[in-house]
Design a protein around this ligand. Structure first.
Ligand code: PMP
Length: 461
């Protein structure tokens, strides 16, 4: 029997679209929520229902959903030069201005920019850049990339290999590049009974040392890491982790790639998370809040040493034969420039730390809730992890059913959160106000109480 969808748009979605990161068979039954418009921290579906976008889309819409200034900037650029490429010495003004601006914003050691369309392409590109340089320098064996379990670095074959989430590997034949995933640096979940946070950091550093010794530093190009892990569950690193990791990498001639696709531009309360954690990266990967996702764009900002290696080899073999049709797309770059102006003028980075304290403070009161194992986060990114047993931290069986229920209850209560298994993530637009934080968390609280009632009444059985 055909399923009755509210209108033909829903039926046509089900007929024609394959949705990313979606259970396709379930989607045939439920149909989509069609998001029709947005304003501030709210989005509205095609039936007029409003939702607080507690995830800023996919961790990205820093300036909120109704910044017409950015639309105007895109329109102006489209009317003047809607597209041009950057191959074979061509350039365009927005790409040049944005590259200069990013070099000035980022740490001094980072002096060059390469543009891609997405974070995944950016991380693929980083791997290719490092392999290219190492081949050119007569170190063709220096190819292995170190990553961490639960890391998210993208979804293409290479970036998906760097990602350390089994669901993104399963049945895709990943990983398929030389990568080693180290223990996830999340103390609450992966610390051993009786282990202090400092001892946990010691153990992670010892593991890094022993993997380097086993694989051989001469075979390892880089370690890639999100300073604060995002899509794996919002996982801040343990105390002292990054400076210690960095010291080991330096000593072994292994580069450090900081994937700030989520962290960058104020998310945790500093412009870049590298500042907060004291990371002196060789490569910074940026996307999402770079344009507030109003247009697709990612940027790799990297050191002069890497640039010189690429430049030398391109001169020797004739070209750096890598790039995308839309690398440095003028409209995306114009959107980024305007978005960065909005972020600066509204002081969204400066205020993120303060507002973040409010968010972390109101979420902290869920620590006593019967379903909640941990509340964690920094700045305007946070997660509430649901567990079957607060004392033992035992997960629900199966993982993800309770999270999915809560996610759907969230929709009923007018808040879009993200369920990463049973870890519920919050990453609201940076423009959110203190009152809006309170309203967002109140809506979440109602959905959580519904979920607790459902679990208590045997919903999982
Ligand atoms: N790196 C990180 C840290 C990310 O969070 C993401 C996306 N969630 C990516 C890379 C991949 O970006 P994209 O989806 O634009 O390919």
């Amino acid at each position: 029997m055909p399923i009755a969808f509210p209108n033909s748009l829903h039926a046509r979605d089900v007929e024609y679209l394959l949705h990313p990161v979606t259970n396709a068979r379930r989607h045939e039954e439920t149909g989509p929520i069609v998001i029709d418009r947005g304003e501030g921290i709210y989005v509205y579906d095609d039936e007029g229902k409003g939702y607080i976008e507690a995830m800023a889309g996919l961790w990205s819409v820093a300036v909120g959903f109704g910044e017409t200034r950015i639309a105007d900037a895109a329109r102006r650029q489209m009317a003047r030069l809607p597209y041009y490429h950057s191959f074979s010495h061509k350039s365009n003004e927005p790409a040049i201005l944005l590259a200069e601006r990013l070099v000035r914003m980022t740490p001094e050691r980072l002096t060059r920019v390469f543009f891609t369309n997405s974070g995944s392409e950016a991380n693929d590109t980083v791997v290719k850049m490092l392999w290219y340089v190492n081949n050119a320098r007569g170190k063709p064996e220096k190819k292995v990339i170190l990553s961490r379990q639960n890391a998210y670095h993208g979804i293409t074959i290479t970036s998906g290999s760097l990602t350390g989430l089994p669901t993104n590997h399963r049945d895709f034949d990943l990983p398929n590049i030389p990568v080693r995933h180290l223990t996830c640096p999340h103390f609450w979940r992966y610390g051993q009974p009786g282990e202090t946070e400092e001892a946990f950091t010691d153990r992670l550093v010892a593991e890094l040392e022993s993997v380097i010794a086993e694989v051989g530093p001469e075979n390892i190009a880089a370690l890639i890491g999100e300073p604060l892990m995002g899509a794996g569950g919002v996982l801040p690193p343990p105390a002292g982790y990054w400076p210690r990791v960095q010291e080991v990498l330096r000593r072994n001639d292994i580069l450090l790639v900081a994937d700030e696709v989520i962290n960058g531009f104020g998310r945790i309360g500093t412009t870049f998370a590298c500042e907060y954690y004291g990371i002196d990266a060789d490569v910074l990967v940026l996307s999402k809040q770079l344009t507030s996702s109003y247009a697709p764009l990612a940027a790799i900002v990297f050191s002069d040493e890497i640039y010189q290696g690429i430049a030398d080899n391109s001169a020797k073999i004739g070209t750096f034969a890598h790039g995308f049709t839309a690398s440095g797309h003028p409209v995306s770059c114009a959107v980024a420039l305007e978005n960065l102006d909005v972020i600066a003028e509204k002081r969204l980075i400066e205020t993120a730390a303060e507002k973040g304290e409010v968010l972390q403070g109101v979420l902290a009161r869920f620590r006593d809730h019967p379903l909640v194992g941990e509340v964690r986060g920094l700045g305007l990114i946070a997660a509430v992890e649901l567990v079957a047993n607060k004392e033992t931290k035992a997960k629900f069986d199966p993982v993800g059913r309770v999270g999915a229920y809560l996610f759907n209850r969230g929709h009923e209560h007018g808040v879009i959160i993200r369920a990463i298994g049973d870890q519920i993530a919050f990453c609201p637009p940076l423009i959110i106000t203190e009152n809006e934080i309170a309203e967002m968390v109140a809506r979440f609280g109602r959905a959580l109480d519904d979920t607790a009632a459902w679990v208590a009444s045997g919903g999982l059985a």
